[in-house]
Design a protein around this ligand. Structure first.
Ligand SMILES: N[C@@H](CCC(=O)N[C@@H](CS)C(=O)NCC(=O)O)C(=O)O
Length: 221
């Protein structure tokens, strides 16, 4: 049985980083939602994985996307020189920023404050830049832990893909490229997304349509 990535079909979402690593490592995998029926979010109470994404690898079942990324990264060759404590911090930094981005998507005014206002301590204005500056400073070499991409870099690929897919690409005509201020982040994203193995990723979309910024919101921005 090949490794299974249990996740929604049609977009890569929180399964992207694990998938991209398996593609790069040349590991056979199946992308499937079938085993989700046995998960807690479907009302089944005998397992310990609540919701997708989940990785199934032999007898191992791991959910929570950061844990999936760490598992695949360690097992399949993306953990050289990685400090596991800092790696976890860096992945949770990205996760918190993504969560705050989602909350700011409530309306155009909030999103604009989050993305482009000067910070004023209100936990919204300028928070994107504060988070991204911190993330940028965390990347010490070409990649997070040196000259070779680690599983944290693949998590960065996923996070930037989600940001771009959800709103940043469509907003670019109004904001310019908001990632230009973070050249190390951009370089990690561009280096990994242009690997030949990226062609093996099964879906092009980062997110389903319901998650994307609307034309009305772009007009109001
Ligand atoms: N903290 C979890 C969040 C997982 C999550 O939100 N899963 C979404 C797909 S991206 C889902 O469909 N969840 C269904 C549910 O929670 O009912 C992670 O990082 O893996």
């Amino acid at each position: 049985m090949p490794v299974q990535i249990v996740y929604h079909e049609g977009f890569t979402g929180l399964g992207h980083a694990a998938c991209a690593m398996l593609c790069e490592a040349g590991i056979e995998f199946e992308w499937t939602m079938a085993p989700a029926d046995g998960m807690s979010f479907r009302g089944n109470c005998d397992g310990d994985c609540f919701t997708v994404p989940m990785i199934i690898d032999g007898d191992t079942r791991v959910s929570q996307s950061q844990a999936c990324v760490q598992y695949v990264g360690r097992k399949y060759g993306f953990a050289d020189n990685v400090d596991p404590d800092k790696a976890l911090q860096y992945m949770l930094d990205m996760s918190d920023m993504w969560t705050e981005f989602g909350k700011a998507m409530v309306d155009a005014e909030s999103l604009k404050k989050f993305l482009q206002a000067e910070p004023c301590g209100d936990r919204l204005s300028g928070r994107f830049g504060m988070w991204m500056g911190n993330i940028e400073r965390s990347i010490r070499g070409k990649f997070y832990f040196g000259e070779k991409p680690s599983y944290v870099d693949f998590q960065m690929l996923q996070t930037v893909g989600l940001l771009k897919g959800r709103a940043l690409d469509k907003l670019e005509s109004k904001t310019g490229c908001l990632l230009d201020s973070y050249p190390k982040v951009k370089a990690v994203y561009e280096a990994i997304s242009s690997l030949p193995s990226a062609a093996k990723i099964p879906f092009q979309e980062a997110l389903p349509a319901a998650y994307l910024i609307t034309d009305d919101m772009i007009a109001a921005y």
